[in-house]
Design a protein around this ligand. Structure first.
Ligand code: PLP
Length: 702
């Protein structure tokens, strides 16, 4: 148990195991166990218990092992952990299978699990991370496949002129909660990807996510030729051939990995089209077992699920046929189909000359497909209608399952303590039942407001501390200290806008009428402030220009220090922001936001939305839990909608505070927010839908 930590005393050796299972990250009792060991060290290791345990002096561990109070806390947590890991009567077997069954193999190019594992770029990754955490909670037998990107996505640094630079850092594998998978000789298990020449190999790592194992592939090993070593170095970079190689490794390599670790039969769940090549291996292996091509295709279809997140054709990978020839020609004969028939699996009938389309491949070889919100389901049916020319658009077989967020991960612990006082016992186990949340109305306004003010203060303190650190350590220019949020005020109405700086998300929108915005933010009695964070894709100069515009505004004295841009948006910063701002702003160009999930995280914590009607908000908005406006097709008009709502509704309601300092009308809004999001937009509701709609019927076919 103490494999990596020889200096942990036997009495508390379980800490080592706990550090390597992300269960700790969504259980406040476990987090406290690390934090109370040494608060300063906990902070300095940026809440990474593996790093902390490696670096902490032995005396501290010894004195903890000798402290009866600590030991009580330790024993309680370990009992809870061991119980969680051991439970076998679970929702899944009770409701879906009645007995043991095949695992679901979940493939995704990114996973957002914790900031110590930088294997994500944005929402797609967090959706995957929350999905597998929830499968663990519900006892759904699932094994996940992804990449160990040693350079992660990238670290963002903003130049003083506002231009984004990428700083590449290499992950220190020794202080990251990942574990080498060993072969029988104790060497790291290396898997050779079939039909590649020169052969591509991947080394394997695992991440323990509760009861779910996530296998991560790493191509940076000596046996690979140099250009193959970099295949997995970074997320979403490189030219089209590099992308193809990544997706080949993900789909074909991932399938081989499952075989290598002894998982031969499984349902397949593909998270977006980057993973679609896995379907080729699914068909091929069934043929190897004796099925005809047609039967193997039918088998693959009935037992595989494809979730699409993209509302526009441009968001999907399409590869030139010359590259498909280069890397997949052996498959033509392996599948017993000619080159043309193989291509047809991935050609869009409306635009066959574009190339091999990864979503078309997935839609061809799966029977269960879904978009990620009600609206996105409609958009996807329209978008993919050409694949079903004989069927009316509304009957196109693409369903929807609206995204949700993992409640234990995204609910702030102090908020959880407050809910524990007022919701019925065991509410957390039943949090996807809307009834559970009704008792939120019983929370005294003052108590909710107090917890909320604490979270907001925590956010403002964090932002200022980050700015101070830059000032001290990096001798940052004063402008960066100001734009980093030094002048923020915890008593001012605070708007949060944090997400990838993809242009369709329109981070600049609120600056459309600068003079009007200045009047709003600088109002002497009722000012507002806005906190921005997010990364532009390194190859997206348009996105970087938007970011530069926002940064410039944050440096503009005439906006009074009320605008802040926080560098390097990641999971940790997201936690602070979705807990601590007053309003979550979202203004993409409809229907480009297939779902959006950061708003759900905010709503769960009592942060109302000010959002355009798109994605999840079309289902989430109920007239009582925030504000909504229609997209007009014009930036100017959409910006006016925001200004009008701010001036007439949001700001007056917020500053209408009683003598006791509590804005009762606002607190009511917060409660509506929590009640409407807690169950409906939980990953538990979502995963149960996947299980009941798809996993269950797929299981009948194997
Ligand atoms: C939840 C989350 C996202 C997703 O944001 P949306 O744009 O709302 O989908 C992106 N990044 C981080 C760090 C997140 O936590």
């Amino acid at each position: 148990m103490t494999k990596n930590f020889p200096h942990i005393p036997e009495r508390i050796a379980g800490l080592g195991e706990l550090a390597y299972n992300l269960w700790w990250s969504w259980n406040p009792v476990a987090r406290m166990l690390f934090k109370t060991l040494d608060r300063q060290a906990w902070k300095e290791c940026v809440h990474n218990p593996v790093r902390m345990l490696k670096e902490i002096p032995t005396e501290i561990l010894e004195s903890a092992a000798d402290n009866s109070h600590y030991l009580k806390q330790y024993d309680r947590t370990m009992t809870e952990f061991n119980h969680y890991m051991g439970v076998d009567n679970c929702w899944f077997t009770e409701n879906i299978t009645g007995s043991a069954c095949l695992p679901v193999a979940y493939f995704s190019a990114e996973y957002g699990l914790h900031h110590s594992l930088p294997f994500y770029a944005g929402g797609l990754g967090f959706l995957a991370g929350d999905h597998i955490k929830e499968c663990s909670d519900l006892g759904i037998p699932l094994v996940a496949i992804g990449f160990m990107y040693p350079e992660g996505y990238f670290r963002q640094r903003i130049r003083i002129d506002g231009w984004q630079e990428s700083v590449n850092e290499t992950l220190d594998r020794d202080v990251t909660p990942i574990t080498r998978v060993s072969d029988q000789e104790g060497e790291q298990l290396v898997v050779k990807i079939p039909f590649t020449d020169p052969p591509i190999h991947v080394a394997l790592w695992t991440v323990d996510v509760g009861r779910v194992t996530l296998y991560l592939m790493d191509t940076d090993i000596e046996i690979n030729v140099p250009r193959h070593r970099t295949i997995s170095s970074q997320l979403y970079v490189g030219d089209v051939e590099h992308r193809l190689l990544q997706e080949l490794v993900l789909g074909i390599g991932g399938s081989e990995v499952l075989r290598a670790v002894g998982i031969d039969d499984y349902l397949l769940h593909l998270n977006e089209g980057h993973t679609s090549f896995a379907l080729l291996e699914r068909v091929r292996t069934q043929m190897e077992k004796g099925m005809s091509y047609d039967d193997a295709v039918q088998y693959s279809r009935k037992t595989s699920i494809f979730t699409t997140h993209t509302p526009v054709p441009a968001g999907i990978d399409v590869f030139p046929l010359s590259l498909i020839d280069k890397y997949f020609s052996s498959y033509y004969s392996l599948l017993g189909v000619g080159r043309e028939s193989f291509f047809r699996l991935g050609l869009h009938p409306g635009n066959p000359s574009a190339g091999f389309n990864m979503a078309v491949l997935a839609l061809s070889l799966t029977a269960h497909h879904n978009g990620v919100s009600k609206k996105h389901g409609e958009v996807a049916r329209q978008m993919w209608q050409p694949l079903w020319p004989q069927i009316k658009e509304q009957d196109v077989p693409i369903d929807y399952i609206t995204n949700g967020v993992h409640v234990p991960t995204w609910l702030e612990p102090k908020m959880e303590i407050l809910l524990n006082k007022h919701l019925s016992p065991g509410w957390k186990q039943r949090h996807d039942s809307p009834d559970v949340w009704k008792a939120v109305d019983d929370i005294p306004n003052r108590d909710l407001w107090q917890v909320y003010m604490w979270m907001k203060t925590k956010l403002v303190n964090k932002v200022r501390e980050l700015a101070r650190k830059k000032w001290v350590k990096e001798e940052a220019e004063p402008l960066k200290v100001i734009s980093g949020g030094t002048l923020l005020d915890p008593l001012t109405l605070t708007i949060g806008f944090a997400r990838r700086f993809a242009t369709y998300k329109r981070a600049y929108l609120i600056f459309s009428d600068l003079e009007r915005l200045k009047r709003i933010v600088n109002n002497r009695w009722r000012p507002i402030q806005i906190i921005f964070a997010g990364k532009a894709h390194p190859a997206d100069d348009e996105g970087k220009r938007v970011l530069q515009q926002v940064f410039t505004a944050a440096c503009d004295p005439s906006l009074g220090g009320h605008i802040a841009f926080i560098e390097n948006y990641d999971e940790q910063l997201a936690q602070y922001l979705v807990h601590g701002v007053d309003v979550w702003l979202n203004n993409p160009v409809p229907p480009m936001e297939a779902s959006g999930t950061s708003g759900m995280k905010a709503a769960l914590n009592g942060v109302p939305q000010l959002s355009i009607l798109d994605g999840w908000w079309m289902e989430g908005y109920n007239g009582k839990n925030g504000w909504a406006f229609e997209g007009s097709g014009s930036d100017t008009v959409d910006a006016e909608s925001i200004y009008n709502l701010l001036e007439h509704d949001v700001i007056p309601l917020y500053y209408n505070q009683d003598e006791d300092g509590v804005p009762h009308g606002w607190v009511k809004l917060m409660k509506e927010s929590i009640k409407s999001a807690g169950a409906a937009f939980s990953a538990r509701r979502m995963v149960k839908e996947y299980a009941l709609k798809f996993y269950k019927s797929a299981l009948k076919e194997v």
